[in-house]
Design a binder for this molecule. Structure first.
Ligand SMILES: [Zn+2]
Length: 384
């Protein structure tokens, strides 16, 4: 009898294990009969909206996970994928674009996504699949849901904030994550606060807030996140001003308390010490670079710099201005703000692209010579 019971226990636990292995690979959260969330913990969070003739997806996963994502979608519906809307160009959100476009989907993204280096495009720098792009705003009615999308530049230059007012669900992309520390755009914590405030204004206490990564939250957690962003940067700045080493900064008790709260929605969130140290040193470096106010170039002088430039490797970059700020961009590779350090020196701002432009002007104030340094490579540049 005893043996039988033990056998049953062993067999029972094997059955339980097999059942566990067959469990969904992504957490399925059903909002309504036609609105689902597929949550991947550390991977991107996906929205699945089922319409009469197909499916609209908010984001995808990495290219390697395309089949796995499709398999999860098929557990909900076998309709064709009609649309994929990207919160931004990073591959862990847009890595399924090609795959789903090949199956007939139209991909929707903010137009700056074509300057993202992770974007999957053909060799001639054109988007080689069916797509719709927008500049400021985009809206669509699908599956009985209104979808309102608007553009921000915090995490990337093509952040799309996606709101479904009827389902009352907000997708923030990687501007707001629940599993790691925040990254700020070139307007720093002030820019972040402004965007979070605009999100808070759009939503109510019942809204489901879906971060780019990490657990789903709501308006209250988003408020907490806003406060933590300010606390985090002001503590870091205090420590930075004391000229402490990164080793000492990462051990600061107050700083670690703030981090625990960032990750607080995730129980027992572990934090990789090496990754954390690299992250802190990058934030400290960026904030000390960007805390120096840029040299101010008069508005009517900005056109001296703007235009298309030919590099000596036969590719082109464009410098343009928007609201008095200078930017540089090159399809498929990069987009960055340029921070003037003098009349002749423009630095790439931010953490993704390191480099600068140096200009030489003749006595008549015309460009005599231009150099671009990017990621350690120097280019001779000609204005076109
Ligand atoms: Zn991202």
């Amino acid at each position: 009898m005893k043996v039988v019971i033990i056998m049953m226990l062993i067999f029972g636990s094997l059955v339980a294990k097999a059942a566990e292995q067959q469990q969904d690979l992504l957490v399925h959260k059903k909002i309504s009969d036609h609105f689902y969330l597929l949550l991947d913990g550390d991977g991107a969070n996906i929205g699945v909206i089922i319409g009469d003739d197909g499916i609209l997806l908010v984001d995808t996963l990495l290219p390697a996970a395309n089949q796995y994502l499709l398999q999860e979608i098929r557990k909900i519906s076998d309709k064709p994928i009609k649309y994929v809307v990207n919160t931004h160009n990073h591959q862990d959100h847009s890595g399924g674009n090609q795959f789903f476009a090949k199956m007939g989907a139209t991909i929707i993204f903010q137009e700056n996504a074509i300057y993202g280096q992770n974007a999957a495009y053909s060799d001639d720098n054109t988007v080689n699949y069916s797509h719709l792009s927008f500049k400021n705003k985009f809206s669509l009615n699908y599956g009985g849901e209104e979808m309102r999308v608007h553009h921000e530049s915090i995490h990337t230059f093509d952040d799309a904030i996606i709101y479904f007012p009827d389902a009352n669900i907000l997708f923030t992309g990687d501007i707001y994550n629940n599993n790691w520390l925040p990254m700020f755009g070139t307007d720093g914590v002030a820019g972040m606060n402004k965007v979070i405030d605009s999100m808070l204004e759009m939503i109510n206490e019942e809204t489901i807030v879906v971060p780019g990564h990490g657990d789903v939250g709501g308006k209250q957690l988003l408020r907490v996140f806003r406060r933590l962003c300010s606390d985090w940067i002001s503590r870091l700045n205090k420590l930075r001003k004391k000229e402490l080493s990164i080793d000492l900064i990462v051990e600061d008790k107050e700083l670690n308390l703030i981090i625990q709260q960032f990750l607080g929605v995730k129980e027992n969130a572990g934090i990789d010490a090496g990754r954390f140290k690299r992250f802190v040193s990058r934030v400290v470096k960026d904030s000390s670079n960007e805390s120096k106010p840029p040299y101010s170039i008069e508005l009517d002088k900005l056109s001296l710099y703007t235009g298309h430039y030919q590099l000596d490797d036969n590719t082109q970059v464009e410098i343009f201005q928007d609201k008095g700020k200078l930017y540089v961009r090159k399809p498929v590779e990069f987009m960055a703000q340029l921070l003037p350090r003098s009349v002749t020196h423009l630095n790439f701002a931010g953490r993704t692209v390191k480099g600068h432009f140096s200009f030489k002007f003749n006595k008549a104030g015309e460009i005599e010579n231009v150099m671009m340094v990017r990621q350690g490579e120097s280019y001779q540049v000609k204005k076109l």
